[in-house]
Design a binder for this molecule. Sequence first.
Ligand code: ZN
Length: 304
Amino acid sequence: MTCIVYSHPDCAGHVTPPGHPERVERLAAVERGLAGLGVERRDCPLGDEADVLRCHPAGYLARVKGAVPKEGWAQLDGDTYLAPGSFDAAMRAVGGICAAVDAVVSGVAQTAFVAGRPPGHHAERETAMGFCLFGTVAIGAKRALEHHGLTRVAIVDFDVHHGNGTQDLLWDEGRCLFVSSHQMPLYPGTGRPEERGAHGQILNLPLRSGSGGRAMREVYEGVVFPALADWKPELLLISAGFDAHADDPLAGLEWQAEDYRWLTDRLCDFAGGRVVSTLEGGYDLDALAASVAAHVGAMQETGG
Ligand SMILES: [Zn+2]
């Protein structure tokens, strides 16, 4: 079995204002990283609103849809914008993760990567923030639990920023282990170790600026891998942000592409290698390409 990569041209319709780091050009960088990996390609279907509604209230979905401008931009928070194509882009990201979950749970694929945007892990139940509209990875986890009837799912979020949205959406979800490693202090300011979720199923692992790939490996070896071994997930989802890379302009964890390869390779040891990953951050285009190549290349080897 192979690794299936989901993408869609609509994701380039989420155009952000000039100078915004979460920009359309990121998708071309992701494609450079995927070139030559031999992955199978599929289009993201348009997401089903019923999948979104497992995580967000109908009023919020309607509010985002209604705020989409006919031209130019509508601003939802300090750094989150809607362009005319943004709603469709976000719904392709949602459709992509749901299709990826379906493919991996049903055994059509061993692993899958969703190369969509906007990202999702900062979107809270009723709040768009941090470039994110809908909680894509949480929606994928709910799809696995509610639609497929899985009972043990895990999410690992290695984006350099805390996955506050995923934490908010899954705070009460006792069937999903949520692990986030992130630089602290840094946006959005949450993600302290004391934030454990309603069932103690959330693990927040702050890392110091400049701590590098070695500190990351120690934390994953010491805390994350044992927690995953205890949890015994049937499916592992990854919030794959690549902004912990040393060249990223938004943060300072100083990871290298090889750190993403090591981490992905080890994560694929869990859940019987059933891994679904979705793109979050990563704002230096060359670092993004190299990191995606390392990450998806490691998933492809698992599927090979
Ligand atoms: Zn990030």
